[in-house]
Ligand binder design. Structure first.
Ligand SMILES: NC(=O)c1ccc[n+]([C@@H]2O[C@H](COP(=O)([O-])OP(=O)(O)OC[C@H]3O[C@@H](n4cnc5c(N)ncnc54)[C@H](OP(=O)(O)O)[C@@H]3O)[C@@H](O)[C@H]2O)c1
Length: 315
């Protein structure tokens, strides 16, 4: 792709979208466009069609979604299903009908069955039941993967889906009512640091999870922008996982919290293990750069320099 190609990043202010914007800019791409949800509500099909018809981007990267942790998914199943379907359907269909050359759809590792063999390979999609706590979100994402696959299969277009593992980094969501596990831990340890008070964490600490710095994902997206990938679906992860307990202890050390950790095992753990097999994308040439420790240091540094923004959010 020429660096003058017009690239629309849907969700460009989010953690993923802003990392993709940074990576493309650093690579010399000069014709990037983005709209906030207030400027363009992607749930509105007419508005999306009019925008894509007017702007005629060469590439669309779909990093817009309603995103949240276990609690938010459990409490708000309908918007997690319907809003995500609306956003992605409107973008994919407009891209198809208005002849956008390349479409990159971002999903998540929750598309894979709860008890699929580990590490998760792309071929395990739709082989068993999903994790019930986030099945609403997962079903929407699976529909997005299938829509891109169908367009690729029927029309031969360069529509590709990337499934990142758990992401973290700059512009993460640190609101404890809707955040994922890593930013929630960073904030809790930071706020308990001065008083060395105990930090309460959900679950037993035994599940295993994989974490990828969002700038490493952005490099994978850049790779998909610069190359025509031969298959429709690729996992994007580090290939290594840690227990939630190890994650907590690593964050505790980096933040410098000296108090105890109290595990609330009455709260759900979610899937026992979720490690992706990302060998297909790695074999093509992408590889992550951040170690977990370096990545957490970077995320904590970002949180510290933006914590004024989070003072008003709920504990
Ligand atoms: N975070 C993770 O750990 C993770 C892991 C795997 C995959 N992913 C995937 O990466 C993608 C982005 O996630 P993220 O963490 O960057 O989320 P995020 O920080 O919450 O950003 C989501 C973005 O979507 C936009 N958006 C939401 N609803 C919209 C609407 N109705 N109309 C227009 N824009 C809308 C928001 O725009 P405004 O800011 O303008 O409101 C925001 O910029 C998602 O597809 C997600 O599945 C994330």
């Amino acid at each position: 792709m020429a660096t003058t190609s017009k690239i629309y990043i849907a969700g460009h202010r989010g953690m993923v979208g802003s990392a993709i914007w940074r990576a493309l800019t650093a690579q010399g791409y000069t014709n990037l466009i983005g709209r906030t949800s207030a400027e363009l509500d992607l749930r509105n099909q007419q508005a999306v069609n009019a925008f894509i018809a007017a702007e005629q981007p060469d590439i669309i990267i779909d990093a817009a979604a309603k995103v949240g942790g276990i609690l938010a998914n459990n409490n708000f199943p309908y918007p997690f299903l319907m809003e995500n379907l609306q956003i992605q359907n409107n973008l994919i269909d407009a891209a198809h009908h208005l002849d956008v050359k390349k479409f990159i759809f971002l999903g998540s590792s929750c598309i894979y069955p709860k008890f699929a063999p580990q590490p998760l390979k792309e071929e395990y999609l739709l082989t068993d039941s999903l994790e019930p706590t986030n099945e609403w979100y997962a079903i929407a994402k699976i529909a997005g993967v299938k829509a891109c696959e169908a367009i690729r299969k029927q029309f031969g277009k360069d529509f590709v889906s990337l499934m990142p593992t758990n992401l973290y980094g700059p512009h993460d969501n640190f609101d404890l009512e809707s955040s994922h596990v890593m930013p929630a831990m960073i904030r809790k340890f930071h706020e308990a640091k001065d008083t060395s008070s105990p930090v309460g964490l959900w679950g037993s600490g035994t599940p295993m999870r994989e974490f990828l710095h969002v700038d490493d994902l952005a490099q994978a997206v850049l790779f998909a922008v610069n190359n025509v990938l031969p298959e429709h679906l690729y996992n994007v992860g580090t290939g290594t996982d840690v227990t939630i307990k190890t994650l907590a202890e690593t964050i505790q050390k980096i933040v410098g919290h000296k108090g105890s950790i109290v595990w609330d095992s009455t709260k759900p753990d979610g899937t026992p293990r979720k490690l992706m097999d990302s060998s297909k994308l790695r074999a093509l040439g992408w590889e992550p750069k951040y170690s977990l420790e370096k990545g957490i240091e970077d995320a904590y540094h970002w949180f510290q320099s933006h914590q004024e923004d989070y003072k008003t959010l709920k504990l």
